[in-house]
Design a binder for this molecule. Structure first.
Ligand code: ATP
Length: 309
């Protein structure tokens, strides 16, 4: 199946500032792709280039098979785009706003609209300018999801929301992803995307450091603890990151965990030692990656939702 998004060498400079550098990325249908990175990493710039809000300085992007320069008008009946600082017709009420946008989309699904409104409990007769931040995001969700776009692009949709609102939005995203919608969202908080994103792209200072299936990424890393091992072993493998002695145990992060690496641990620490090998959170994996000098090479490979190539 053709990629939903494919970019090659995408670059954006603002004067002397390079906001995005040579980003090559493929996002397959059905993925929930989370673009993470610190403030200023280039997330918003990348999304704006994809949505043809800004022109690239170099490189190209295809979205739903169209060059990004052709993303306008009718193309937006297949794309939903919600940004953190979305401009909205502030003086309209929620109901009037929805009446206004509904006819613009031939595939508008009134049943989905009604179910989102009920789920979000939005005050229909309140003006948009009087909505709280979370309510505004919910209104933007209703207006951008009710026409069941093939691709949903969300710029920091969850930042600054209370946990309940965040969970409501994530639940909706999860349901739509299950129905096959491709979602690209940006975030600077790994924990907030960990439980529903299928893929992760990490931007740092404008460069895409890696893009990978989260299941595969998580399977590659393990936290290993050897209780009772109170001296550093004489032989340590390169895939043992951050070895340390702490609280009466030898600990390290196992990178590239596979059957051979796990066997090697059991051989090197035989009974009565009992190695403990635990999965790691995305956040812990990122800390390990950032602290090691061996960040994986930039990858343009993104896997399908089920992890298959
Ligand atoms: P945040 O998480 O804070 O929203 P971000 O990852 O979305 O950050 P961008 O907003 O894409 O990052 O900004 C990337 C870089 O480009 C930053 O250094 C920013 O200062 C710069 N930048 C963004 N827009 C402009 C602009 N219009 N003119 C000049 N520099 C800009």
């Amino acid at each position: 199946m053709p990629a939903i998004i494919a970019t090659t060498g995408l670059t954006k400079t603002y004067g002397r500032e390079t906001a995005l550098r040579d980003v090559s990325l493929t996002i397959d249908p059905g993925s929930v792709f989370a673009l993470v990175g610190a403030n200023g990493a280039g997330k918003t710039t990348l999304l704006k280039l994809l949505m043809n809000i800004l022109p690239p300085t170099a490189g190209e992007a295809y979205i739903l098979g169209l060059p990004s320069s052709e993303i306008r008008g009718h193309a937006f009946t297949r794309i939903g785009y919600v940004s953190e600082n979305q401009e909205m017709p502030e003086s309209m009420t929620v109901a009037r706003f929805l009446n206004f946008v509904r006819p613009l989309y031939p595939n508008w699904d009134r049943i989905l609209e009604a179910s989102l409104l009920q789920r979000f409990d939005l005050p229909l007769h309140r003006r948009l300018k009087r909505l709280s931040r979370g309510m505004r995001m919910k209104a933007a969700f209703v207006s951008s999801l009710s026409y069941r776009p093939s691709l949903l692009v969300l710029d920091e949709p969850l930042s600054g929301l209370d946990p309940l609102t965040r969970d409501q939005l994530v639940q909706v995203l999860r349901l739509l992803a299950r129905d096959g919608m491709t979602i690209l969202l940006s975030s600077h908080d790994l924990a907030e995307i960990e439980d529903f994103a299928t893929h992760l792209g990490f931007l740092e200072k404008g460069s895409l450091v890696f893009a990978e299936n989260i299941t595969i990424l998580k399977a590659r890393f393990r936290e290993v603890t050897i209780p009772g091992q109170t001296a550093l072993p004489t032989c340590m493998l390169p895939s043992w990151w951050q070895p340390e002695l702490r609280d009466g145990a030898f600990r390290f992060v196992l990178a590239n965990a596979g059957p051979a690496e796990l066997d090697a641990i059991h051989q090197q620490f035989p009974a009565p030692l009992v190695p403990r090998i635990d999965p790691m959170t995305l956040r812990a994996i990122f800390v390990a990656l950032a602290q090691s000098s061996s960040l994986p090479a930039p990858s343009i490979t993104v896997y399908a939702k089920d992890g298959a190539l």
